[in-house]
Design a protein around this ligand. Sequence first.
Ligand code: MG
Length: 302
Amino acid sequence: MTDWFEILDPRFKALVLGNVHVEKLWTGARWTEGPVYVPAGKYLLFSDIPNDRVLRYDETDGGVSIFDSPCGFQNGHTLDREGRVIACEHGGRRVSRREHDGSVSVIADRVEGKRLNSPNDAVVRSDGSVWFTDPAYGIDCDYEGHMSEPEAGGCHVYRVGTDGTVTAVATDFVRPNGIAFSLDERQLYIADTGATHAEDGPRHIRVFDVQGDRLANGRVFATCEAGLFDGFRLDRLGNIWTSAADGVHCYAPDGTLLGKIRVPEVVSNVEFGGPKRNRLYITATQSLYSVYLQVNGARRFG
Ligand code: MG
């Protein structure tokens, strides 16, 4: 086992590989985040938020190019059931969708007539609803968006139904951030990075029971021991691979910290990619990394 991995629980050995290394694929951003793998195109999109651009890593030749700029200071991305890219826009203060013909549709930009803050991360449920977090990082100052007054009355988590209705599903977060469903979609994990604005603020992931279109029984799933949990993804066994200051942390569904992948820059988010979804892409401060794993990422649907 190489020095890239820190094994804290024997279960971690079955998830990683002994003869691989963490590859630095590209550097040159101010802050990378929001990776999404597009299997039909064999590429990964990721954000360079302060530079107001989305970059594309081409898996076939290793090249990185600009996919979209300016882009409304996009942050988190995900795919919907039809393979369309969903984007969280700090600058646009909205969640948008790029259609197959290249046009952009608005999924949500207001709640009860008031503008959103700056959507950060999103996930699509198998019923087509879009769930997203709305902290204020993109309106706090002009670095990652446009400094603006908040209107929504807090930093909440929202659900957008297939009819376009936007509903708050969690209103007790300081700074909601990464978001992902459990494999059976009966639970929803949501990070709170409130510690960025208060020394004793939250630095944890909470898990909720999903009851229809509502959330219930929220409790702390894991507290970060190195920096903050920002974005995260699940593997096909339900383990949570999450960003942290010293690399990627892997948690079992029971909340046990199984192990870590050491990354030399502060990690913001991860995404499973490659045709077999066994390559973990890692956005970390100025750079993009990847590492092959023994475990495959969760299938998005089906
Ligand atoms: Mg985030």
